[in-house]
Write a protein of this length. Structure first.
Length: 63
């Protein structure tokens, strides 16, 4: 989904910047349609850390 290139009809700025209430409403609606878009980088990093910890724990137990 390429909604990051969507331009707001109300403020003519990219919707992802959320400059006006219309932008923010559209952004939230689009994120609800596409759950993956709601994943922000911090969430991905946290998931990665958990994954690495799980793999390390597994390797420690089997070794
Ligand atoms: Zn707007």
């Amino acid at each position: 989904m390429t909604y990051d290139r969507l331009v707001c009809a109300n403020c003519a700025a990219p919707v992802t910047e959320g400059r006006c209430p219309v932008c923010r409403a559209n952004r939230e609606r689009l994120q609800q349609q596409n759950p993956l878009a709601a994943l922000n980088p911090m969430t991905l990093i946290a998931l990665l850390v958990v994954l690495i910890a799980a793999v390390a724990l597994l390797a420690h137990q089997t070794a």
